[in-house]
Structures are given as C-alpha cells and as structure tokens.
Design a protein around this ligand. Structure first.
Ligand code: BEZ
Length: 158
C-alpha cells in the first residue's frame, strides 16, 4: 500500500553528492518546514526519464519555485555517482538529485517497481508529490507516460 495524501513522508537516510563524494542526508532535513516537489523515476539515463520527465522539471524549475516551492527533488534507485552525473548531463542545477541507492525511500512510501524482468532489479515507480512540511498534498503515480507526474501537472496543482 502506498503513501497517501495527508500522510507524512517517513524519515529515511539517503545520499546526495557532496564536494568530496556521497554524503548522507535525512529526508526530514530536506522536507521539514518546506514546500517541496519530489519526483521519482525508474532509472537515471533511461529514455523516458532523460527525454521527458527530468527535462520538464529542468525547464519549469524557476516557474515552480516562483509558486512558493523551496526545493525540487529528483530521486531514483541509483547510486549518488549516477544521480550526480545524470543531473550534470541534464543541466539540472536547480534540482536536488537524491540517490535512493538500495530503494529505501521507494519501499518506505510503498512505490517500488519490480523491473527484474529487464535486469534493473527493484526500482521506484514513476511518481511526483507535492509535500508541505513533509506531508503529502498531491501524489500522482504513472504506470505509462508522465501524465500525473510531469512538471506541467505539478504546476497545475500548485
Ligand atoms: C524509461 O525509458 O523510462 C525506462 C526504460 C527502461 C526501464 C525503465 C524505464
């Protein structure tokens, strides 16, 4: 069962790339007291995520932030080196690339996706959330396409 609107994001420890390598971060520190857009993808550098999903947020980042959003966070079940390289490759300077290396967040929010069939292992579903002080106020999960989790949909929800 997945997290629902009105529920608080569980606190988990994940990784972001720092100046000297991957650094631990608590999700509570990223979300508490802030309005945050979080979106998750099945895999860095995959076509759907690289051609459509992440670029939409890169293009709309300023507009989203102008609507009172403190941070935009992209997460995937990939390590911090991959997430950092993907963010640089996509010019995602305004987006925090949050590495959920072993799927702790995906499992904690009940939004894992078993992609063993294509040798990806267990990843995250594609989704986007708006969170206010860590509490989910919008959740859109996409099985195919990015209808409910795109930057445009998030903008319409803000
Ligand atoms: C994608 O293009 O988004 C994708 C490709 C393979 C596995 C998962 C996602």
């Amino acid at each position: 069962m997945s997290i629902e609107i009105g529920e608080k994001l569980p606190n988990v420890e994940l990784k972001v790339m720092g100046d000297k390598g991957p650094e631990s971060v608590q999700t509570d520190d990223l979300f508490t007291g802030k309005k945050v857009v979080l979106f998750a993808v099945p895999g860095a550098f995959t076509p759907g995520c690289s051609l459509t999903h992440l670029p939409g947020f890169v293009v709309q980042a300023d507009v989203i932030k102008a609507k009172g959003v403190d941070s935009i966070i992209c997460t995937s079940v990939n390590d911090a080196f991959v997430m950092d390289a993907w963010g640089k490759n996509q010019n995602a300077d305004e987006i925090i690339m949050l590495a959920d290396g072993v799927g702790i967040l995906a499992e904690a929010v009940g939004l894992e996706k078993d992609l063993t069939e294509v040798q990806f292992g267990v990843r995250s579903q594609r989704y986007a959330m708006i969170l206010d002080d860590g509490v989910v106020t919008y959740l859109g999960v996409d099985d195919k396409g990015v209808e409910k989790s795109s930057a445009e949909t998030i903008l319409a929800q803000l």
